[in-house]
Design a protein around this ligand. Structure first.
Ligand code: HEC
Ligand code: HEC
Length: 318
């Protein structure tokens, strides 16, 4: 008995020491490449950045406190942050203020620090970001446009509280989550906005992140499904959403019978279901050419048979 007690004490000691170690070291600092990108004051470039932030790249849908109260037709929302994101068992956090404010917003950071946030998911302090943003392959030109727009925004002073990680969250931050330093952007360096499938691919994978929801993922967030074949399910308060199959499969592809104009019209219509988490209202701002490009890209995908009966099942029918 005595011996068992000692062993138990030693194990408890080791576990506690380990937890203390994680507590003290979960905020690692990382080096990432210097981007050398610089914000511009050119009005065309600023306008391009605004278009990206409000439309395809949908920055505002996360960087305002209450996205549902935003009316894009009447106003351009100030991205002063504060949206509560609850990751059960892992963390609760509020999104940062990315207005140009010098005390509480991005006015504190250099152009390069900001570009590193967008490209490599590393905070200006050097920590890994909780990976909500997926802009690793964004071209230099588009990152410059976004930086230029952020610099031009009206400063709003609003301090955002620190993130709250659980012990599991701290373990993940210490050992699993790292900045993404893969260099995937060069392939898009020469790309100019047009209606080709090539540009549509860039939009769908990088800027709009259609891929992030329309390709099935495994438990750790890794992509496991065929690209754009849908299937991801999410239960919310009012019902269950099932992400549709966007591949050109004659039987099960959701948009197989849609022509380009049907596709554009669907995006102009915007959100239909109250709780829908697809950022329809941002995508509604996309211009026809961008939507044509995405449509053209989707047509080039390998058709995959994956039958999704209903994309929204209201609770009453569950
Ligand atoms: C899906 C939600 C989401 C979208 C879309 C999004 N962000 Fe973020 N962003 C976050 C979260 C969450 C954080 C904080 C993560 C952390 O600190 O670990 C963050 C952090 C940042 C930061 C770091 C600020 C700081 O003070 O640390 C910047 C800058 C930023 N985002 C800019 C952008 C821009 C520009 C866009 C659009 C191109 C964008 N974000 C789109 C969720 C999002
Ligand atoms: C954050 C998750 C998410 C992202 C990102 C996303 N979608 Fe969806 N999408 C959904 C969900 C959920 C549905 C099912 C509910 C609905 O119809 O809105 C859906 C439905 C659709 C539909 C079918 C609409 C209908 O009326 O049947 C199309 C088409 C579509 N998405 C295209 C896209 C494209 C193109 C992109 C990128 C520009 C994209 N989605 C990005 C989650 C997402």
């Amino acid at each position: 008995m005595k011996k068992a007690g000692k062993i138990l004490a030693v194990i408890t000691g080791i576990v506690l020491a380990f937890l203390l170690y994680v507590q003290l070291t979960y905020q690692q600092t990382y080096e990432v490449p210097v981007t050398g990108l610089k914000a511009s004051t050119d009005l065309t470039i600023i306008a391009r950045g605004k278009y990206l932030a409000m439309g395809p790249a949908h920055c505002w849908t996360c960087h305002v406190e209450d996205p549902s109260s935003v009316d894009l037709i009447k106003e351009t929302p100030a991205m002063s942050g504060g949206l509560l994101l609850d990751l059960p068992w892992i963390a609760t956090l509020r999104t940062p203020n990315i207005t140009s404010d010098k005390k509480t917003g991005i006015g504190r950071y250099s152009d390069d620090q900001l570009a590193q946030v967008i490209r490599y998911n590393r905070t200006p302090k050097g920590h890994a970001l909780v990976p909500f943003m997926t802009y690793n392959a964004m071209s230099d030109a588009d990152i410059v446009a976004i930086l230029s727009y952020l610099r031009s925004t009206k400063p709003i002073e609003k301090a955002i509280p620190e993130h709250n990680f659980t012990m599991l969250g701290k373990l993940l931050m210490r050992f699993v989550i790292k900045p993404d330093v893969t260099e995937t952007h060069q392939q898009f360096a020469a790309l100019k906005p047009d209606t080709t499938a090539g540009y549509g691919k860039y939009l769908a994978y990088t800027v709009t992140n259609c891929n992030g929801c329309h390709t099935e993922r495994g438990p750790a967030g890794e992509f496991v499904g065929e690209p754009f074949a849908g299937g991801h399910k999410r239960e919310l308060q009012t019902g269950t959403f099932v992400v549709p199959n966007l591949t050109p499969d004659p039987q099960t592809g959701r948009i197989y019978h849609w022509n380009q104009q049907t596709f554009i019209n669907r995006f102009r219509m915007g959100k239909v279901y109250q709780e829908d988490f697809m950022p329809w209202r941002a995508y509604q701002q996309m211009n026809d050419n961008d939507l044509k490009a995405i449509y053209n890209f989707l047509q080039t995908l390998k058709p995959v048979t994956n039958k999704i009966e209903q994309t929204y099942i209201p609770l009453a029918e569950n």
